[in-house]
Design a binder for this molecule. Structure first.
Ligand code: NI
Length: 164
């Protein structure tokens, strides 16, 4: 396993549509292992393949540190409710923005053997799934933030706000 370089906003690979995965090769498995290692190292809860420069529809998520999940060719098939909160992205370091997301998401995807499965999530898991799937279509959460990149706040300012 190896750490991969996380691409940051401004890198055009983040604005491209990722391609469906049709075959799992040893390279795909290495990519997935590296994505987990890179995500944990950076302290994130989700990472899409395009964020390490690979235009494939692969996402890794772990919102608790104990529930790693790989989503290949994922699709959201149901949503419910709404949540609002600050959201960040490893490709937009040290910034956060206020984003509305569904509070519940049901997602259909394929596992590392290309077997279909479904995953449901509420709260942070729903937010992570919604956020990561947007990456696969070349979108970033700042598109939902009023004012775009200008509307983001520094995470250090957020911590100060919480302490008040
Ligand atoms: Ni992100």
């Amino acid at each position: 396993m190896a750490l991969r370089n996380i691409r940051v906003i401004g890198d055009e690979v983040l604005n491209k549509r990722c391609k469906e995965v049709t075959v799992i090769t040893p390279r795909t498995k290495t990519l997935i292992d590296d994505m987990f290692e890179t995500m944990y190292d950076a302290g994130g809860v989700g990472l899409a393949a395009c964020q390490v420069g690979v235009l494939k529809r692969i996402v890794v998520i772990d919102t608790t540190g104990e529930d790693p999940v790989v989503l290949i060719n994922p699709e959201i098939v149901a949503t419910d409710g709404e949540q609002e909160g600050y959201e960040g992205c490893l490709s937009i370091p040290e910034k956060s923005g206020w984003v509305k997301r569904p509070n519940y998401v049901k997602c259909r995807a394929y596992d590392e053997e290309l077997k279909p499965f479904e995953i449901e999530g509420e709260g942070l898991l729903a937010r992570a799934i919604a956020h990561e799937l947007e990456h696969l279509d070349g979108h970033l959460y700042v598109e939902h933030v009023e004012g775009g990149v200008e509307g983001l706040v520094n995470n250090s300012e957020l911590v100060e706000k919480e302490e008040e």
